[in-house]
Ligand binder design. Sequence first.
Ligand code: QUE
Length: 350
Amino acid sequence: MTEDVIIRREGRAGQVSLNRPKALHALTQAMCEAMSEALLAWRDDPAIETVLIDHAEGRGFCAGGDVALVRRSALEDGGTAGRAFFFAEYRLNHLLFTYPKPVVAFMDGVTMGGGVGISQPAKYRVATENTLFAMPEGAIGLFPDVGAGWYLPRLKGRTGAFMALTGARLDGAECLWAGLATHYLASERLAEAKARIAVAPGDITAILDELSAPPPGARIAGNAEKIDRLFASDSFEHIIAALEVEPSEWAAKELAAVATKCPATAKVALRELAEGARRADFAGEMRAEYRIAARMMLRPDFAEGVRAVLIDKDNEPVWNPSTPHGVTDEMLDKIFAPLDANEEWSPFPA
Ligand code: QUE
């Protein structure tokens, strides 16, 4: 049992509220397991017709995963505890993706990493004026996981590659533009939306449509042409070269963002997205990402990135390799290789 997630029934809805405010509701293994247990019970419960996912008191929504624990595990137990965390998190991601009842995720605040993994599989994804959405793993030498290899290449144009390489933070209007959100509501209407959905789960679309507000303009739309052109390649070196010769302030700013991130993360992400684009089933995606996670968490870049961003907060990570050229195809092959058969990821039984 954990108090870091609140699980309750509200009318005909099951509701899970992330409740770890001291870490901006970043997911722990216990939180993932508690959510999965509730979802599995509700799946076969005819009294529950929909599931709502939100956060409790204070700022939301979910800042990611328990990367401090994963780092400690990498340094102290060879990664055993870290792998167990990813195994549980990805099972939850997959359970949501295949869930037979409509899920509504309320992305009312920071939605990064782990928060993306529990919102993108939902049929309904509500953004607000508080939404701040990103896949920022390049800042800590990890990689875009929780199904990002599935979702990002399915966004329009090269939006997904752009997000993976720059860690760009999208606001709620930009999430709606990109399809990362299905609805945009003022946060002051969320309580009413949840209450009405719990009473009439057959009317979710109508309720969210009715309570929607017109979003402000999506700034990213004005950069879409540049994003699609400059991030077109699956080669990291080609993308950097394109940004370098583009005579715009925007390109210079994005090049600077890309250049401060972990080079290994960038190359892993580009291969991951290219492979994910061709995939037909989500379980295969999560199996592939678990292999990558098992390798990436043990690389010194990850311990160094978490140190620089979350522990010492100097934001001056020293990456190794420090250049794109230093990250070879042979290194990538090892990161993507299958695990021993008894260590591979598997979903919950259907
Ligand atoms: C990149 C990331 C993460 C991050 C910051 C980055 C991430 C993550 C957290 C995070 C934040 C606050 C917490 C916590 C974790 O920050 O994945 O436990 O309290 O989980 O720049 O990928």
